[in-house]
Design a protein around this ligand. Structure first.
Ligand code: CA2
Length: 149
């Protein structure tokens, strides 16, 4: 099983740390990527870290992951609540999928309470801030170990 993990981020997450810190905190997406790279090194995982404001790019990365990756960590951002297309793409991926939300979506507007991606995700992390990405990576490392047997 490949130890490559795709970490995918949806629309507006490029603004992380620059707006609405009361909801999303002060870390930028570059900080999150650096933290993930450091932890991935410790866990002996390789990562591809991407962000896009375009749904089709996220779908294309999921297709790429099908060819080479062992797991996907995804914060689909607003596409969480709207995208059957991302759900369909994730359903073609065989390895573990962990869904991450920085904020506690269940404490927010009701339209954030439903996630299409959760219909595929093996685990969901919400409301733990940007630390959620690292917790997701730790879980993925464990699941990949278990699969190795
Ligand atoms: O809590 C999360 O991680 C979300 O996925 C973030 C999405 C939101 O639509 C989801 O309901 C929950 C929004 C991402 C926007 O990111 C920003 C970051 C900083 C400033 C403005 C937007």
């Amino acid at each position: 099983m490949s130890r490559l993990v795709y970490i995918l981020n949806g629309p507006n997450l490029n603004l992380l740390g620059k707006r609405q810190p009361q909801i999303y905190g002060y870390e930028t997406l570059a900080d999150v990527e650096a933290d993930c790279r450091k932890l991935a090194g410790e866990l002996k995982l390789d990562i591809r870290f991407h962000q896009s404001n375009r749904e089709y790019e996220i779908i294309d990365w999921v297709h790429e992951a099908r060819e080479s990756a062992g797991a996907i960590v995804i914060n689909p951002a607003a596409f969480t609540h709207t995208s059957v297309a991302i759900l369909d793409a994730l359903n073609t991926f065989d390895g573990p999928v962990i869904e991450v939300h920085i904020s506690n979506v269940h404490k927010r507007e009701s339209f954030r309470h439903h996630s299409y991606v959760s219909l595929r995700a093996d685990g969901v992390i919400a409301g733990l801030g940007t630390q959620g990405y690292q917790l997701a990576l730790r879980r993925v490392a464990q699941l990949l170990e278990e699969k190795k047997g």
